[in-house]
Design a protein. Structure first.
Lengths: 150, 150
DNA sequence: TGACATGGTTTGCATTACCAACCATTATGA
DNA sequence: TCATAATGGTTGGTAATGCAAACCATGTCA
């Protein structure tokens, strides 16, 4: 059972390392890890508050405040849903999109030294292995919602 | 350059997923991600406040408060360094160690469904690839301090 | 219609995190 | 050697994050 223990160790270590990079890059743009994630999600699609909260494992009140602050910064907007007066749809603004792009570039740049240590074949293998480990592969089935980016 | 982009995507996705698991498991034991990490580090070795702060990329005042609360819970202790009256050494207590073990077990258990999707050969390959990506491999050189677990 | 469920917001609280100012101890150099 | 600087931690102030409970508005259903 040491093999799985090793992989857990490696996954946890890598997680802290990547999370550290993301926190740093985010911080350089005044974005917390969570805000970064929200921006990443809304980059591809809009979402309602509860949906975001459930996806990120946060309380809806937390989500509400998060959106408040991002909206005050002009990164997101709240919109109404014509079919259900209760729901609030959240959209990314052009400014938010632009920031998301910039942050994305920075992240790729920051991780380049790490990923650059792998040759093309290894990169490919790593992507495949991570896709198996992360829920993406097993979740492809119940994709009621369009597969999110983050 | 799409290959590296893909690997960055996969790394970020996996990071959020593993971080989510760690946050959840930690939360079940009233531990934040950072406290979890501190406990993991002090499991193998003691450390001084500034050292921990630097390692985790936090301000020393943040570290101080973090240790305060963990100490109040009986998980850590502060000790003096006989050679330098300024430094404070932080140790894990038996209770803290016990908690760290329990949390570690829970984490392995929580990640088992994910890691279980890989056969032994894949596990081995993933560990090796992650070790290349994460700084461990390249840091093995300047190991002035004993290689930390977390 | 009345009761209940759902989606968000608000309020209050603890934690996390930063910064600046501070104290104590150690190191330096004139 | 003694004043000055540097280092290691703590404290106080502030903002953000996150939860829980109470609340309001809107939908749903018997």
């Amino acid at each position: 059972m040491t093999a799985t223990d090793d992989v857990v160790d490696a996954l946890v270590r890598t997680t802290f390392e990547v999370a550290g990079v993301l926190t740093r890059i985010g911080g350089e743009h005044d974005l917390s890890l969570t805000q970064l994630r929200v921006l990443g999600i809304l980059r591809d699609r809009r979402a309602r508050i509860t949906e975001l909260a459930a996806y990120l494992g946060l309380d809806k009140s937390t989500m509400s405040g998060l959106i408040d602050r991002a909206q005050r910064r002009g990164l997101l907007t709240r919109g109404k849903n014509p079919e259900d007066g209760r729901v609030v749809e959240v959209f990314i603004t052009p400014a938010g999109l632009e920031l998301a792009e910039r942050v994305g570039d920075d992240i790729r740049r920051a991780l380049a030294p790490a990923t650059g240590r792998l040759d093309p074949e290894q990169l490919d293998r790593l992507v495949n292995l991570l896709n198996v480990v992360s829920a993406r592969s097993s979740r492809a089935h119940d994709a009621a919602e369009p597969t999110a980016e983050c």
